[in-house]
Design a protein around this ligand. Structure first.
Ligand SMILES: [Mg+2]
Length: 405
């Protein structure tokens, strides 16, 4: 591991005054429909998805793999090869690039893609921390570059070229959406979380009506979101939301969950679902609306769907869209970053530059499809997230990119 100071890595300090509003755009303008949400069914219909081509990707069954799993990397590599063929480039993928915000998820997907393919590559992990001096940490072994400024993407591109990568027609670039291309981590990601919570509260209001106890919900959510509960929640937001809903109905009490976890007698979500089922035979809390949610969650979990709380995710989609492009064009940067999910200017500019070098770029998001695309229920009139216009906010790195060979 090497630590570099700001001067060594040649990126300018992204003080807040350098973060600017560059006007409205969409992810579609940069990536067209080369966008794949969690179900691994590409938005570009020429590219087959998990359901039709899972076996060709080398995956067993049609269970949707998560970003951390080897199967996810297999699918991503397969999408790269297919997309390369579809765009008419005769030579295969020879390099893997990944731009993301989470070392664990994105870094692991990148690591798996490289080890499965045996190809060289480079990874950028961004998280804005303006209270710190600009710095990067480089894992030389894996070629992972973690920076505390998104504007370091310019210096990262130079570093990638210096380390022998070509960044050309044979380069597959995978860009994460959530908190990377949209709602940059450390700069604007709190609006993504806010929109999700609003969706969650709307769901609880719809299911529980007047019986919804906001304070008790907040308490349960804060507690069960913690690491000691990860065996139960698997850090899955759908599981967490459902558990908090159950507690709010009073079918199972908050203290009971806490005790069972402490005693280690509750250690998986399936077990929790069965517990709820048996309580429902003796109590009728939550009424018909809760029963419907419960049955839908059970059915989805049984079929291996990692996003079982559909109703919540549909509400999340609606509130996410409501937080995109919602601010006036003359809003201050601070107001935009506080109230709107914005496009990350540095990612947009890098993407434009990589497009000029004829790299193959795919947007891969771990955000559930139900929270990213309209459905036949309440949101049929809305466009998917990558086609919703919102402001591009960030630091201009074009000059730095243009200087590179
Ligand atoms: Mg992300």
């Amino acid at each position: 591991m090497t630590n570099y100071s700001a001067t060594e890595v040649l990126f300018k300090d992204a003080t807040e005054s350098m973060v600017k509003n560059f006007g409205r755009s969409t992810l579609y303008e940069y990536f067209s429909d080369w966008v794949i949400y969690r179900n691994l069914e590409p938005m570009d219909k020429r590219l087959p998805g998990l359901k039709a081509a899972g076996y060709k990707m080398g995956l067993a069954g049609d269970r949707i793999p998560r970003k951390l799993e080897k199967d996810y990397a297999k699918a991503a590599l397969w999408f790269g090869e297919e997309a390369q063929r579809l765009r008419g480039v005769k030579t295969p993928i020879k390099e893997i690039i990944l731009i993301g915000d989470t070392l664990l998820n994105d870094g692991t997907a990148y690591h798996n893609m490289r080890s499965l393919s045996g190809l060289p590559g480079a990874c950028f992990i961004g998280c804005e921390k303006t209270a710190q001096e600009p710095s990067v940490e480089i894992d030389d072994k894996d070629q992972v570059y973690s920076a505390n400024r998104w504007s370091a993407l310019g210096a990262w591109a130079q570093w990638a070229l210096d380390s022998g990568l070509r960044l050309d027609a044979n380069t597959l670039v995978v860009v994460d959406i959530d908190k990377t291309a949209l709602g940059a981590k450390g700069r604007n990601d709190q609006v993504i979380d806010k929109a999700r919570l609003e969706g969650l509260y709307r769901t609880m209001d719809a299911v529980l009506g007047e019986d919804f106890d906001y304070n008790s919900f907040e308490r349960a959510y804060a507690e069960f979101n913690r690491t000691p509960y990860h065996l139960l929640t698997e850090d899955n937001q759908d599981y967490l939301a459902y558990i908090c809903l159950v507690v709010n109905t009073g079918l199972i009490h908050f203290d009971e969950v806490v005790q069972e976890i402490k005693k280690k007698s509750l250690d998986n979500f399936d077990q929790f679902l069965r517990w709820v089922g048996s309580r429902m035979m003796i109590k009728h809390n939550g009424g018909e609306a809760f029963r419907q949610v419960h049955e839908a969650v059970v059915a989805s979990v049984r079929s291996g769907d990692p996003t079982p709380f559909k109703r919540f995710r549909r509400e999340e989609f609606i509130s996410t869209v409501a937080h995109m492009g919602n601010m006036a064009d003359d809003s201050s940067v601070a107001d935009l970053l506080k109230n709107e999910i914005t496009l990350t200017e540095e990612v947009c500019e890098l993407s434009e530059w990589l497009k000029g070098r004829n790299c193959l770029q795919l947007c891969l998001s771990d955000k559930p499809d139900e929270a990213s695309r309209p459905n036949a229920h309440a949101s049929a009139h809305l466009a998917p997230l990558h086609k919703i216009a919102t402001h591009r906010v960030g630091v201009d790195i074009r000059q730095m990119l243009d200087k590179l060979k």
